[in-house]
Design a protein. Structure first.
Length: 248
């Protein structure tokens, strides 16, 4: 479903991705972990076409999309949902209008069909009674859930999450984790979740991959990562200041 082969990307004169190799199978959830600035979000942006790699190849749905034009990638992107770290809701639109926006932009649905689809997705994230509210009137956790409803309203095959539990308390973080699990069970989507939260990674990931030094340092099941003997991986998952990674 998603395959990155030797993907490279330079930003500001620094090579952020130095040959990333990663495969995400259909219907699974891959958690990408790693220190801040290691290229987790850059990896997501390359998958969605918001950035183009400087080298390597990106395959989606069995097709090499590395050199797609913006118009070609726009068609692919309709099959990909993206939950931004902040939720990225438009402040001047209600929750309902935010979720309805992709349908109004990319489909020919009638307003009755739009309403039915939006309410279905809001119910899936337990926001069916908040559609009339504006982003300033809802909590951070509700914004994330509204962003998720918008990400899945086109019923994509792939959903990407950029730090979905960032800035949330433990209870709301677990609620978001459970939603990610629900998306996989209820919709059968393929998911990539960028996170620094190991509790989240262990809970939602069928597989976990750690980015370090612009490459995948280790990838495996949650149990593989828990039992890792790699000192770089162990320092990160245990939150230790002492280790091969210099803390600045």
């Amino acid at each position: 479903m998603i395959r990155l082969t030797d993907v490279r990307k330079r930003l500001g004169g620094r090579e952020v991705l130095s040959g990333v190799n990663l495969t995400v199978e259909k219907g699974e959830t891959m958690a990408i972990i790693g220190y801040s600035g290691t290229g987790k979000s850059v990896t997501i942006k390359n998958i969605t076409g918001l950035m183009s790699p400087d080298g390597g190849t990106i395959e989606l749905f069995g097709r090499d999309v590395t050199h797609y034009s913006p118009r070609q990638y726009a068609e692919v992107r309709k099959r990909i949902g993206l939950l931004f770290q902040s939720g990225a809701l438009l402040a001047w639109m209600t929750v309902f209008e935010n979720v309805a926006l992709p349908l109004r932009e990319h489909t020919k649905m009638t307003e009755d069909q739009v309403r039915a689809r939006v309410m279905e997705k809001l119910a899936l994230v337990s926001l069916q009674d908040a559609g009339h509210k504006y982003p300033a009137e809802i909590s951070g956790g509700m914004k994330k859930r509204a962003g998720l409803a918008r990400a899945i309203v086109l019923e994509p095959d792939i959903v990407l999450y950029d730090e979905p539990t960032s800035g949330l308390d433990p209870v709301m973080s677990n609620a978001i984790n459970e939603l990610v699990l629900d998306m996989q069970k209820a919709l059968g989507v393929t998911q990539v979740v960028v996170t620094h939260d190991m509790n989240s990674a262990y809970m939602i990931g069928n597989h976990i991959a750690m980015l370090y030094g612009g490459k995948i340092e280790q990838a495996g099941t949650p149990d593989d990562i828990r039992r890792s003997t790699n000192p770089i991986v162990r320092q990160f998952i245990n939150g230790e200041t002492a280790g091969p990674h210099a803390v600045r």
